[in-house]
Design a protein around this ligand. Structure first.
Ligand code: DLL
Length: 433
């Protein structure tokens, strides 16, 4: 039986939903015009005033916000409320430049936690569940977001945060945790470690996992589900928009429902900024229509994805987004060919490897090189060079047919690639270093 946290809104008719969006958008544009001089200036430069925005049909008239704007306006330049009304900040890790600092009023926190509660409920969570939150707590939004959602659902919340893997496993087993929230790469690592400790899927009390914060393939989902004996649900979000829960998967496990009563998605051509027709792949853009303190208008996420408008079997009416393929800034251009790390992951897992790999890109004699280093699983580990070279050849072929270019494949010993407790670092691009 499908469960909903807020059935009325999650299953509202498209007409009802549209009326809510129209009303909230018009109000939000006025709020931003009145309170965020940085964005008002952008609107003035584009010759748009709040009077031009009468419904969602007018959304395309508004200017975009980009990461560059966030950097320029750092830290207080995009706030929609005075500091005295704000109760929290969260922040990104800042690995690709200056940190993003997002602000929240209590209303914004409630809205965010409700979105996470919808995700937990869609994964089958109720007040009977023990929900272990192994996303990092602190400035990262993963821990605090799912923690808040878990409270709202009424689960017994186990706030382990990330790291200390054996202690995580002790809590899962001792407290009989039923729901696990962490990054997919950490879930894979927890599964690997549990197997080493002798736990099979039937010994593990978990029934569901809510995994996100990084791109992961369908093949990786199958692997995690098998090892942990669970159903693995995808969850998406970003700090700029609140954190996890902007969209989440339901029992159909086929795309993530965007919480459209709070966030309006668009897909644009990243080069021209034009809105693309339904079903086409492009850059995902979001407008948050009822956030107070950090009101993002047409924020360019750089995530590459498509929207799915077909009816979903779960009964929810909110549009779905496909698994993001990667980020426009993660996309590698190798000898002129666009390569997403997730495509490489798909090939590796299809060939029986686990998601323990690293992609090293370099430039030798003015030519790009792509070296895919992947761990052999303990079962396939051997020192028989003939066998290893046959496996390598097989992978080179698989990668060539997926990517259209030749890669070098290095098979390395089990456990030689560092495991991640949060977002995994898959790519080392020496051309940029
Ligand atoms: O990663 C929020 C989050 C926490 C989402 C926990 C899900 C679970 P940031 O650190 O700001 O926020 O990173 C946001 O991570 O633009 C995507 O590129 C990527 N991302 C997040 N979720 C997914 C996902 C959090 N399910 C950036 N699939 C986003 C693919 C994802 N990429």
């Amino acid at each position: 039986m499908e469960r909903y946290y807020q059935k009325e809104i999650e299953c509202a008719s498209r007409e009802e939903l549209r009326a809510i969006q129209d009303e909230k958008l018009v109000k939000q544009v006025k709020h931003v015009w009145d309170n965020v001089p940085y964005y008002r200036k952008k609107m003035e430069e584009k010759g748009v005033t709040p009077d031009d925005i009468k419904s969602v049909d007018d959304l395309h008239k508004l200017p975009f916000l980009t990461k560059a704007d966030l950097r320029e306006a750092y830290p207080y330049g995009l706030m929609g409320k005075p500091l005295k009304d704000c109760v929290r900040i969260q922040s990104t890790s800042g690995t690709t430049g200056k940190r993003v600092v997002a602000f929240y009023t209590q209303h914004d926190i409630d809205l965010w936690e409700e979105c996470c509660a919808r995700a937990i409920t869609a994964a089958g969570g109720t007040e009977e569940d023990v929900c272990q939150v192994s996303y990092g707590y602190g400035l990262f939004t993963g821990g605090p977001g799912l923690n808040g959602g878990s409270h709202k659902v009424g689960c017994l919340t186990v706030p382990t945060s990330s790291g200390n893997t054996d202690r995580q496993i002790m809590f899962i087993m001792d407290l009989q945790a039923t729901i696990l929230c962490c990054t997919p790469s950490y879930a894979a690592y927890l599964g690997e470690r549990m197997k080493e400790l002798g736990y099979g899927p039937d010994d593990i009390p978990l029934k569901a996992g809510i995994f996100g914060a990084e791109a992961w393939s369908e093949e990786m989902r199958q692997d995690i589900q098998k090892t942990l004996g669970i159903k693995a649900y995808d969850i998406y979000g970003l700090t700029e928009l609140s954190g996890p829960g902007v969209s989440f998967e339901c029992s159909a496990q086929n795309g993530m429902h965007v919480n459209e009563d709070h966030f309006i998605p668009e897909i644009i051509d990243p080069d021209t900024g034009e809105v693309l027709p339904d079903g086409e792949q492009g850059e995902l853009v979001f407008t948050a229509i009822d956030k107070e303190a950090f009101p993002m208008m047409r924020y360019r996420t750089r995530d590459v994805c498509t929207l799915i408008r077909e009816k979903c079997s779960c009964g929810r009416t909110h549009v779905r987004m496909a698994k993001p393929k990667g980020r426009t800034d993660d996309m590698l251009i190798i000898r002129g060919v666009n390569v997403f790390p997730s495509q490489i992951e798909t090939v590796l897992l299809k060939h029986g490897y686990a998601a323990n790999y690293q992609i090293v890109v370099d430039r030798v004699n003015n030519t790009d090189t792509l070296d895919v280093q992947v761990e052999m699983t303990p079962e396939m580990f051997t020192d028989n060079m003939g066998e290893i070279s046959a496996r390598q050849k097989d992978l080179v072929e698989g990668l060539r047919s997926m990517l259209g270019i030749k890669a070098k494949v290095s098979l390395v010993a089990p456990k030689s690639i560092v495991r991640s407790e949060g977002k995994a670092v898959r790519v080392i691009d020496r051309r940029k270093i």
